[in-house]
Design a protein around this ligand. Sequence first.
Ligand code: TTP
Ligand code: MG
Length: 383
Amino acid sequence: MARFIFHIDLDAFFVSAEQAIAPGLKGKPVIVGGDPRRRGVVASASYEARPFGIHAGMPLSQARRLCPQATFIQANFLRYREASNKFMAILADFSPDIEPLGLDEAYLDVTGYQELYGSPRELALKIKTRIHKELDITASVGIATCKVVAKIASDLCKPDGLLEIAPGEEHAFLLPLPAAKLPGVGKKTGEALKEMGINTIGQLASLHIETVKRRFGSFGVMLQQHANGIDERKVAMPGEPKSISQQITFARDTSERHFLEANLHRLCQEVGQELRRQDKRAECVAIKLRYADFKTITRQVSLKEASNANQVISTKASELLDTALRQRRTPLRLIGVRVSNLVGQERQLSLFDSETERLVRLDKALDRIRQKYGSKAIKLGGG
Ligand code: TTP
Ligand code: MG
């Protein structure tokens, strides 16, 4: 049976969230600047600002030159987090098979819901209406039989769009599109494909499988399947994060030792805090250094015993920094910390921990999901 998969993405999310509380900004060029810790870049631009050539990732200074009449707003992440939670809760009301991808996008598997809600198209309209009513934000929805086609469809129909690719139409839909529209084809892969004379998804789809394998390995095989509209991936809640990281880009490149140490220390504190919040401990600590010439290195070390103590993380990170600075003393533009190989409460309990403990753990996990995505998001199996 064909599946019905939605990909739902909010339009100009950060900007729309600002316009929702300041309706006077609707219909105007508005730009939300990103994390002040990164050098000022555009995080989100309203559709009215885009014809001026403004896009995410562009330096704010350039955006100001291109569109001086735009309203510039500093990102307010708490506001976006809250809107995102409401958005996910609305989706979870329609199907428990939800897979959030970021703050403002998610897949939803609505196979078998026709009886309840009518055609997939009608269901998508209901979802769009609720998002609009409750968040005052427009969303674009792609409907298809698999994830990759749904995602491309939502991208193509933005803003406030709805695009349904009927079962069997996947191939014809994908054929003429630029290869860069395929999720996973970034700058590097895009350029490599161009060198091979591949510009469209259709051309990628018809390449010989051995050619793809030789050039891109198993990643290429997956890309080619997607290019053919074949994508069996299920819609599922993502696993727990495998690492936690923090980084900072300096306003000016620096090799000042105390300054670097102090920043590293603060990043370690933040990472430690997040570990404790998640009830996790890390077995591995890594640092990332980016030099003025953009060369980036990472150095990592395993801990004898998993830890979430600031001091342990900080000491290890400082040792790694010491070694790296001894090897190269040129100024840095960015420093970062990452902890990985995370272990949770489960590893601390023995294999034979009681049934009650297991149930408590399950409850905690379910609580977290409900808090995040609304009470109807999950049901226990077997019932
Ligand atoms: P996107 O969905 O990629 O962008 P968007 O919602 O602003 O616009 P579109 O209508 O094209 O979907 O990203 C969602 C939010 O994530 C975006 O509003 C801001 C944030 N973001 C960044 O902070 N930095 C970035 O480089 C990108 C791409 C997004
Ligand atoms: Mg978006």
